[in-house]
Design a protein around this ligand. Structure first.
Ligand code: CA
Length: 302
């Protein structure tokens, strides 16, 4: 099985993040994090458009069941009522300390938004010098209530759930851990934390920092490797890397499945100050021919 990698939107971001495939419109939504823009890439027309949310930091854009989107800007969660009208209404103000920011988020199968936080830098993180343990993992229920679940996270990042919603997978990039938790979808709680994959161990060499993550229909994890130019497929039962896809730039940030049958992997990336030998850094990549598929992403129920 050989895959093909294509830069479908070239150099559209400084720090591309938070990809979400909307199957009803065949569009990929994503953010340019330290610019504060949200993007919509229409895979049918090839058109990429952007909106600024009124801040210099945005990390989440996920469609709502009621229409429009739930978005994050800095330490706030908000509703963007439609792509065309560009009206942003806050629904949860300052859920984090002023020095921090909201980072990656994803909606569970009940329509609840999970999101994490970290210290807010001014630019693409230097992982070795990031203030430790400033972040947390939260959820936002459809009724607007915010709950904190885990503290002492350094850079809260990728998350996803297994098919029967009994397990939540979650990443702290600086701890370099992919964790699993028992997940109670009715109560919206996590418990029994354990390590699935340890990127600091010698068993997973040269993989950089785990960042965004998605899951395929076989229950295997696809993890973006920041500073290593890869997305790896991990078997959470064994904690081993069972496949590696290499990209033409180092700072690979996140991934999600998309396309008409969810067999394409869309991958975001970040651009260093000087593109140098990686002229495609900051592009959106599409990987085809992987021979696996993902599933429809959930929309926010609030
Ligand atoms: Ca991330």
């Amino acid at each position: 099985m050989s895959e093909k990698i294509e830069a479908v939107v070239k150099n559209s971001t400084r720090l591309g993040e938070g990809p979400h495939w909307d199957d009803t419109t065949q569009c990929l939504y994503y953010v340019d994090l330290f610019v504060g823009d949200v993007h919509r890439y229409n895979a049918v027309t090839g058109d990429d458009s952007r909106l600024n949310l009124g801040d210099t930091i945005a990390s989440i854009i996920i469609p709502r069941q009621k229409g429009g989107f739930v978005v994050s800007k800095r330490t706030d969660l908000a509703i963007l009522d439609s792509w065309d009208r560009d009206k942003v209404t806050s629904i949860a103000n300052r859920v984090e300390a002023d020095a921090n920011m909201i980072n990656d988020g994803k909606v569970d199968a009940s329509g609840r938004l999970w999101f994490g936080s970290c210290f807010c830098g001014k630019d693409i993180p230097d992982p070795d010098n990031w203030p430790k343990h400033q972040g947390s993992l939260y959820s936002l229920d459809p009724d607007g209530s915010v709950k904190k679940h885990i503290s002492n996270i350094t850079i809260s990042n990728g998350m996803d759930w297994n098919d029967d919603n009994s397990v939540m997978y979650y990443i702290d990039s600086i701890a370099r851990q992919v964790w699993a938790f028992d997940f109670d979808i009715t109560a919206g709680t996590v418990s029994n934390q354990r390590t699935v994959a340890d990127f600091s161990s010698t068993e997973i060499p040269d993989m950089g920092y785990p960042d965004g993550m998605t899951i395929d229909t076989e229950g295997k994890l696809w993890v973006a490797c920041f500073d290593a130019g890869k997305v790896v497929r991990i078997d959470p039962e064994t904690g081993t890397v069972i496949r590696t896809v290499k990209f033409p730039c180092e700072k690979i940030t996140s991934c999600c499945f998309g396309g008409e049958d969810f067999t394409d992997l869309y991958v975001t990336s970040a651009a260093p100050a000087q593109l140098g030998k990686t002229p495609l850094a900051g592009s959106i990549f599409k990987v085809t021919g992987l021979g696996v598929r993902g599933r429809k992403a959930n929309m926010f129920a609030g």
